[in-house]
Unconditional design. Structure first.
Lengths: 318, 289
């Protein structure tokens, strides 16, 4: 019997049933209720709609309010004049603050993006599941969750306190500290999406690991990497808390690098802190400037987000 | 109750008639008449064991890969074919928990020794993967990749060699106007031939091919098979395949793997017409795997 069965199976290729199964018919099981499935579907859909609409409504309200109140402030002077020195002068804009924010954020990006990128490459390509990589990854995750004001205090302690003065640079360091883990983890996640076959193909050509990593893997992932870097910048561009303890603000233009008005030498005008100060002031024209500043930040952040996503929509596929 | 087959149990077929006609080995397969021992050996594998972590995947593999011959590696899924050839160029070193033990002698040195120069080893032993994997760069730069890595070449020499490699890979006519377009804009079959061009441009001695045709259509497959036959005058080729006809069509020698062991190795004509082992016979006649 057993051997017959085996031969039957062997004959499978020649047309007989491949697997001989006892000919038993089960009674058809009871179907699940279709009405009930549809109802569940509807309820879940409803809740998702409510949740999503609520979020979008709040967002829309904020943007709307800022546009209505801030649009009036955005004139030529706003983008060319420094912040008003005193209440009596009606002239004044936010130009010094805009420049300051661009410089502070730019320097932060220069520090954090290359370091974060290399860190991410290490995590994804070299450390992988090693003990060091696991530790670094955990620390990065923790640091990403630290409130940004704590980062500001940290930068205060390591830069402002020893140098005994506030500076734009201290603010850049604080922002860089926030960007670093974001950049590293994003880089890691994006590199992990690159299939291993590509790594193997590169290595199989006799190229050293670092060359394959930079020339093939990172190249394949470049869209995603650039998106990640841009989003890391956008993430900190609107930060205020880390600047409170590091940059303060200034009603003047930044004057070069060193000296009390310079990037390394003293407080530097910047958008978020100036908005904070002006919105709390009792003078209506200052408050209007603050609304204008808020609108500029929202437009810049939103614009960069959209631009990056449009440019690198294909960023995650190769 | 077991089905109709029980009623008329078939006789075990005799080994002479085992091969369906479609598996007929082509006339010019040389593996048949020649003196195996007298042929120069390119790679000789001795007592090769392989481990994925604690799990052993290869057990005492022993095989001689002959120069300028096509050696086919066949066997059911999961029997260790890929694992076996991935030891030749030590590509498994990418993964920390994978270890090989034993000897793979290539050009007088043990590939598995720590003294071996991996970059040069991989220049000399090229590899083609199952999934075409062009680099994210132009067709030209893809083929130039290995050349630039291993040789100092003048501009004109470089483009001559690239043209030559693309011609030998039977893809030149299809890409000669697309040299500066991205490699992954080609079709799957073209991509695979591009990868072959990329591998042979670097002037290797051996080409390892791991199911190079499994992701492409029959026409492209035919092209690659033809290509393999022309390439063997210059290179030693090891071809892993699931396609028995393919092994029969292009290879001179065939190794049959089963559960991490090389069950049988010999001239392709012999393996397909008169296998010595029962497992080999059952596999090539489609009884399992
Ligand atoms: N990365 C891995 N980690 C652990 N075990 C693995 C790994 N890759 C393969 N194996 C095991 O090693 C054995 C041989 O696998 P291998 O990939 O060499 O088979 P194969 O003959 O190439 O199969 P296929 O024809 O499906 O490609 C299998 O049992 C498989 O489960
Ligand atoms: Mg395989």
């Amino acid at each position: 019997m057993n051997s017959h069965r085996r031969q039957a199976i062997e004959r499978g290729a020649a047309g007989a049933p491949l697997c001989a199964v006892a000919d038993v018919r089960y009674a058809p099981p009871r179907r699940r209720s279709v009405a009930r499935r549809k109802a569940t579907d509807l309820v879940i859909k409803g809740f998702s709609w409510i949740g999503a609409s609520f979020g979008i409504a709040v967002m829309g309200f904020i943007v709307w309010e800022v546009v209505v109140r801030g649009a009036g402030a955005l004139d030529w002077a706003f983008f060319t004049q420094p912040t008003p020195q005193d209440v009596t002068s009606s002239a004044g804009g936010f130009a010094n603050a805009i420049v300051g924010t661009i410089v502070i954020t730019g320097v932060a990006a220069l520090i954090a993006i290359p370091m974060g990128f290399l860190g991410g490459v290490y995590l994804a390509e070299f450390g992988r599941n090693g003990r060091i990589a696991t530790g670094v990854r955990m620390i990065a995750n923790v640091v990403m969750g630290v409130p940004s004001i704590i980062v500001g205090v940290f930068a205060f302690a390591i830069i402002v306190k020893p140098l005994q003065h506030y500076s734009g640079f201290a603010g850049s360091v604080a922002l860089a500290f926030i960007m670093l883990p974001v950049m590293a983890r994003t880089t890691e996640d994006i590199l992990n999406l690159v299939p291993n076959e590509l790594r193997e193909s590169g290595l199989a050509m006799g190229a050293p690991r670092w060359k394959v990593t930079l020339g093939v893997i990172c190249k394949a992932a470049r869209g995603g990497l650039i998106t990640g870097a841009s989003l890391a910048i956008v993430r900190v561009a609107g930060e205020t808390a880390p600047l409170l303890f590091t940059v303060l603000s200034s009603p003047y233009w930044m004057t070069g690098l060193f000296g009390p008005g310079g990037f390394f030498g003293g407080p530097v005008a910047n958008l978020t802190k100036t908005i904070y100060d002006f919105s709390g002031s009792p003078y209506p024209q200052w408050q209007e400037l603050a609304w204008g500043g808020a609108l500029v930040i929202i437009i810049a952040v939103l614009g960069m987000n959209i631009l990056v996503r449009l440019l690198f929509q294909r960023g995650k596929q190769w | 109750m077991v089905g109709t087959a029980v009623d008329e149990p078939t006789q075990m077929q005799s080994s002479a008639t085992v091969i369906p006609p479609r598996l007929e080995v082509a006339e010019d397969r040389r593996g048949a008449g020649e003196d195996f021992a007298a042929l120069p050996t390119e790679i000789s594998v001795r007592k090769l064991d392989f481990f994925y972590g604690k799990e052993q995947a290869l057990f005492g593999n022993h095989i001689e890969i002959k120069k300028n011959r096509v050696t086919a590696v066949i066997g059911p899924s999961g029997c260790g074919k890929s694992t076996h050839i991935r030891a030749y160029n030590r590509i498994f070193n990418l993964y920390r928990d994978q270890k090989a033990k034993g000897e793979i002698l290539f050009d007088g040195a043990n590939v598995l020794s720590s003294q071996i120069d991996l970059l040069d080893l991989r220049r000399r032993i090229g590899m083609i993967f199952q999934k075409p994997s062009p680099f994210p760069m132009t067709v030209f730069d893809n083929v130039a990749y290995g050349l630039r890595q291993h040789y100092r070449l003048s501009r004109s020499d470089l483009s001559n060699r690239i043209e030559d490699a693309l011609k030998r890979s039977a893809i030149w006519d299809e890409v000669k106007d697309k040299l500066h377009q991205p490699g992954n804009a080609l079709s799957g079959g073209q991509q695979q031939r591009l990868c072959i061009a990329r591998a042979i441009a670097a002037e290797p001695d051996v080409l390892l091919m791991d199911e190079p045709c499994s992701a492409i259509d029959p026409v492209a497959t035919a092209k690659i098979e033809e290509l393999i036959l022309t390439l063997k005058s210059k290179y030693t080729i090891v071809l892993v395949t699931h396609n028995m006809q393919q092994a029969a069509r292009v290879s001179d020698y065939t190794a049959f793997f089963f559960q991490g062991r090389i069950v049988e190795f010999g001239p392709t004509t012999k393996i397909f017409s008169n296998p010595a082992e029962k497992q080999t016979e059952e596999y090539i006649t489609g009884r399992f795997g």
